[in-house]
Design a protein around this ligand. Structure first.
Ligand SMILES: C[S@@+](CC[C@H](N)C(=O)[O-])C[C@H]1O[C@@H](n2cnc3c(N)ncnc32)[C@H](O)[C@@H]1O
Length: 375
């Protein structure tokens, strides 16, 4: 019997929707298309499971259950009631409703959550004949998103966001989200097999994401997903999919990947993360200020996330650091350098114009990812 196909969205940060769509197409989801906030695609449960395991740049994989214009709570109630919850959730499930309202008449997230929950319980009472819902079983994360009055009700198959790969258990100074680090790697001119160095590597996120990409290591291999407990996924051969994804990993494909930082504590964390990521011996780490860094051998690509100097007092130090990054680039002929920063003075301080720029958000901070080639 063929499995049902669902309309899905792989949500992703602003500016990375196209990357999420390419990520999906590479996995065989040929209809994947970028839209605001993510990429749409259709998949059966096995495909959804695979997407959760393998996507590098997306935050979550959602099954879209219903969409319609909703300008009143009654509209929202009717929309949520129209979904066959009795076929989707278990009667003892925990129905956790989260919400987001943007530029809409319905702007109270709390009220939307309460209305949606009431509609779910009423529908379940009507269709199952039960009067009590203990909510002690599997969690069903349900999302209500209302954007310009268009409401979307979806079931989150990921649970914890996909950036939670499992290797980061300690955070250093302003660590980069794993999904954003994977996006930077993708947007950079670096490709597996090339040399890569992060001269302010902090806790090592960019390096680990690049090594995973080179080794074909699925980022979700050691974690679980919300859909593990969903009835629709019960007959999906999740272990088989995991085994096949696992058999694809080849750590020997990792080329020369290295990083350095001025902060020994950050490097200690990086070392732990590398170990937890299963990459021991695959990434070289060095305690060195970037002002003194001199790499020999094949040229490659620098990718970095230097401090941004959001406070005025830090601004000068950061601009000096950007100038030092410019010098680092100059003394490494043949190398490209890519940096993400929210500082509008970055290029001026660096001393060169970027050949390519991309607007991205690091958390709530609007940033630019800049690529500098050698002159
Ligand atoms: C925003 S954090 C990088 C975070 C990193 N991407 C991560 O995921 O953990 C900036 C890093 O630049 C390092 N740094 C600052 N000044 C430096 C210098 N002169 N040389 C090398 N590293 C420096 C800091 O120690 C810090 O780890």
């Amino acid at each position: 019997m063929s499995e049902p196909t669902f309309s899905c969205i792989a949500t992703s940060a602003f500016g990375t929707e196209g990357l999420a769509a390419s990520d999906l197409r590479r996995l065989g989801f040929r209809d994947a298309k970028a839209e605001t906030g993510g990429a749409r695609f259709s998949a059966d449960p096995a495909g959804i499971y695979l997407a959760n395991l393998r996507l590098r740049t997306a935050d979550r994989v959602l099954i879209v259950l219903a969409e319609a214009m909703c300008r009143t709570f009654e509209d929202l109630f009717q929309l949520v009631s129209s979904i066959p919850w009795e076929k989707i959730v278990t009667p003892d499930g925990r129905y956790h409703v989260s919400g987001k309202c943007v530029r809409s008449q319905l702007m109270s997230v709390r009220d939307c959550q309460a209305v949606a929950k009431k509609a779910i319980i009423e529908r379940l009472s009507r269709t199952t004949g039960r009067s009590r819902f203990p909510e002690t079983g599997v969690e069903f994360p349900i999302e209500i998103g209302i954007y310009s009055d268009m409401a979307r009700v979806s079931l989150d198959t990921s649970g914890a966001a996909l950036n939670r790969r499992g290797y980061r258990t300690w955070n250093g100074e302003a660590p980069l989200r794993e999904t954003l680090a994977a996006s930077l790697v993708e947007l950079s001119p670096w490709r597996p097999g090339m040399r890569l160095h992060d001269p302010c590597c902090g806790t090592g996120t960019i390096l680990i994401e690049a090594a995973y990409r080179a080794a074909h290591r699925a980022p979700g291999l050691t974690r679980s997903f919300a859909c593990d407990g969903f009835p629709q996924f019960r007959d999906t051969d999740r272990d088989g999919i995991r085994r096949s994804v696992e058999s694809d990993v080849d750590y020997d494909r990792i080329g020369m990947i290295s990083g350095s930082d001025i902060d020994q504590e950050a490097l200690t964390l990086a070392q732990r993360h590398v170990r937890q990521a299963g990459l021991n011996g695959k990434i070289d780490l060095q305690h060195c200020p970037l002002q003194d860094l001199q790499l020999s051998g094949e040229p490659g690509v620098f990718i970095c996330n230097p401090p941004y100097g959001e406070r005025l007092s830090d601004r000068k130090t950061c601009e000096k650091l950007y100038a030092d990054l410019g010098k680092l680039h100059k003394r490494h002929p043949g190398w490209s350098l890519c940096a993400i920063s929210s500082d509008p003075m970055f290029e001026r301080a660096f001393g060169r114009r970027a050949v390519k720029k991309r607007r991205l958000y690091n958390g709530r901070l609007e940033c630019e990812f800049m690529i500098f080639d050698e002159k």
